[in-house]
Design a protein around this ligand. Structure first.
Ligand SMILES: NC(=O)c1ccc[n+]([C@@H]2O[C@H](COP(=O)([O-])OP(=O)(O)OC[C@H]3O[C@@H](n4cnc5c(N)ncnc54)[C@H](OP(=O)(O)O)[C@@H]3O)[C@@H](O)[C@H]2O)c1
Length: 348
């Protein structure tokens, strides 16, 4: 099978597409023929590696995991002994948070792994949305976001941000989304009550306070956003912040109590429940994929280069196989069509 190999750390130039042995499912495993995957900021962080401490888990000098890729959607090709939940031919989607490996034609996933039947009416390239949504949900769950809460989502146009807007709406919160001018209509179409253009005004001076402020792109700071928080309000960000301040502030503010900072980390053992939850949200029309570009597997290095610009809108999809599933009419999901190769198409 074809797999994308990163035998050493570095820029996307180190990536090679090689022929490697097709994996065999062991007992309790499911072999998936991958039709679509994504290149995410996590993949980019693992490739470089960035930040530096990624080496502590990913391998000090060389990467332990040589095929990256978290999101997958595809068909079950074979199952190992004892597998009862899935059978060959099932269409599945999910996340491989512990071993990655989705940048390949085949991938083995534990039967109890973060995987579910594809949401009805979606094609493979539309279902590879789990990673950003899982990160987003980790923060919203840490906030205990619910009906009546107000949340400001800064950087709401990325993979995590577009997911956070939609999930926050489905939890009944009132959403203010902060984005650049080209993304204002997108975030409104995803359900944000207010869209603020950070290029046209200082988003910290909008004259409102919020229960939660979520920096979904790691480009602002707690100290900038503090004035946006109600006294019992909570701030969280997807990045460490300047000089790693966010985890330190999380510890400090747990003592002071008001205008706290949270620094939650996604837990692999909760990923399966999240994928199943996301399937229900997609089928209910409350979550739709925001796809920026699609690339064929052969152009994956270009996809990495694009994701590294930190300019993508939503997700960047890799079509591993040429199979394209059409969205069922009325599913609430926009079908982008069958084209491979870079396209720039925002689903709004
Ligand atoms: N291993 C890792 O390092 C790792 C892994 C996963 C996630 N993360 C973190 O998770 C966060 C988000 O990931 P993601 O995949 O959702 O990001 P992303 O998709 O790459 O975010 C890109 C979006 O952010 C917007 N943006 C760029 N600069 C901005 C600014 N100054 N203010 C507001 N918006 C801005 C861009 O639009 P405009 O430029 O048009 O505004 C673009 O739509 C990042 O903080 C990332 O570092 C890190």
């Amino acid at each position: 099978m074809k797999a994308v190999i990163s035998a050493r750390y570095g820029s996307p130039d180190v990536l090679e597409i090689r022929q490697v042995p097709k994996p065999e499912p062991k007992a309790g495993e499911v072999l998936i023929r991958v039709h679509a995957t994504t290149v995410s900021r996590t993949d980019c962080g693992m490739l470089r590696p960035h930040p530096f401490f990624v080496r502590l888990v990913a391998g000090l000098l060389r990467p332990k995991l040589t095929t990256l890729g978290l999101d997958f959607a595809g068909e079950v090709e074979a199952v190992g002994a004892g597998v009862t939940t899935f059978k060959p031919g099932d269409r599945v989607f999910g996340l491989s948070p512990d071993v990655y490996g989705a940048h390949a034609e085949y991938l083995c996933v534990p039967e109890q792994g973060a995987m579910a039947a594809m949401p009805a009416g979606t094609r493979f390239g539309q279902a590879v949305v789990c990673e950003g949504a899982w990160y987003a949900d980790t923060y919203l769950q840490a906030f205990h976001l619910g009906p009546g809460h107000s949340i400001l989502i800064y950087g709401a146009s990325g993979a995590i941000g577009t997911a956070a807007v939609q999930l926050a709406k489905s939890y009944g919160a009132k959403v203010t989304a902060v984005v650049a001018t080209p993304h204002l209509d997108l975030v409104r179409s995803l359900g944000a009550e207010h869209a603020v253009d950070y290029t046209a005004q200082d988003f910290t001076q909008i004259g409102e306070t919020f229960d939660f402020v979520f920096d979904a792109v790691g480009k602002t700071t707690y100290f900038r956003c503090r004035r946006l928080l109600k006294r019992a309000g909570v701030f969280a960000a997807t990045d460490l912040g300047p000089w790693g301040q966010n985890p330190l502030l999380a510890i400090g503010s747990s003592i002071t109590g008001s205008r706290r900072v949270l620094f939650p980390l996604p837990q692999s053992n909760q990923a399966k429940a999240f994928v199943e939850f996301l399937k229900t949200r997609m089928e209910a029309g409350e979550f739709r994929p925001v796809i920026d570009r699609e690339y064929p597997l052969e152009a994956i290095a270009d996809a990495y280069r694009y994701v590294e610009t930190q300019q993508k809108t939503g997700i960047v999809v890799i079509n591993v196989s040429p199979v394209q599933q059409r969205a069922r009419p009325g599913s609430g999901l926009t079908d982008l069509g069958a084209g491979v190769g870079p396209i720039r198409e925002h689903e709004h």
